[in-house]
Design a protein around this ligand. Sequence first.
Ligand code: GDP
Ligand code: CA
Length: 337
Amino acid sequence: MLVTVLAGGIGGSRFLQGVRAVLDEHAGTGVPRPDAHLVAVVNTADDITLFGLRVSPDLDTVMYTLGGGSDTERGWGRSDETFTAKAELAAYGAQPDWFGLGDRDLATHILRTQMLAAGYPLSQVTEALCRRWPLGLRLLPMTDERVETHVVVADEEAPAGARAIHFQEYWVRLHAAPAVREVVLVGIEDTTPAPGVAEAIAEADVVLLAPSNPVVSIGPILAVPGIRAALHRRSGPVVGISPIISGSAVRGMADKLLPAIGVHTDAAAVGLHYGARSGGGVIDGWLVDESDAAGLATLEAAGIAARAVPLFMDDTGASSAMAAAALELAGSVGARR
Ligand code: GDP
Ligand code: CA
């Protein structure tokens, strides 16, 4: 079985741990399945250049988490991290000073930047970086081309009463506090899916949308020209998992951005936003949390097969149960089609 998962950083990697565990279990004998059975297509629109270094937060979160090298307490970055370089930069008064660049993490960015400068596309750089980590999946950036999420925030001092800033500045420096007028994916029209992405979508038995941010993680992936079409064309099922539980984003601040695209912070509303594939949308099935079961009828009426199961990923066991439920729902919509 081949499973392709569209994912962002934290929600994406936690869910991927569950999918990987389920696939390993199906294979039996405790032997990890070869990478060929699980592909993660990951958002790169959060990427940013800092101090001349290219940083890919979502790719790195998936790589560190699945590779067993992430800081599970902090929720981002490397385990056993130190921040000496960051402190030295601060001593110089260097800006920006709000991005958490750890010493171990810096090695990843230095290597990525060096390989990109040497002419390798991001997909090949990612493959090279991943060789060190026992991922048990194939990690693909959504695109090799550069695209950056900017948000237009209210700013009374700006001439137009608003200004556009990089998503990371909004998210990390401003903690998503300013009101968002618009989310702009700069450069998205000129991107193409990275090598292997269209194939991974076409050939997978099941495509899953991880419980990742619908606006700045899954949104950019779906906005890469060609990816929606690939989802439409495939014959097998596409199932998504809600990142919203009981009207709020579990970890993170997805609830701050959904209003900017006119979507209620509600599990069923996000499912309807993705839409039934039969009606031009991208999903056949949608998992909501048990607490959101009231939305099931609306989803079914819109042509989306929906189930309510526990969706809180407090450990890999919970993520695995979610992954198993998603694959089961995929099996039932696959049989129905
Ligand atoms: P980011 O790129 O690091 O922001 O991570 P993602 O976009 O992959 O995931 C962030 C989103 O995951 C958050 O906005 C939450 O809505 C969602 N999320 C985080 N933890 C959980 C969880 O335990 N269960 C569910 N269903 N969603 C979660
Ligand atoms: Ca992200």
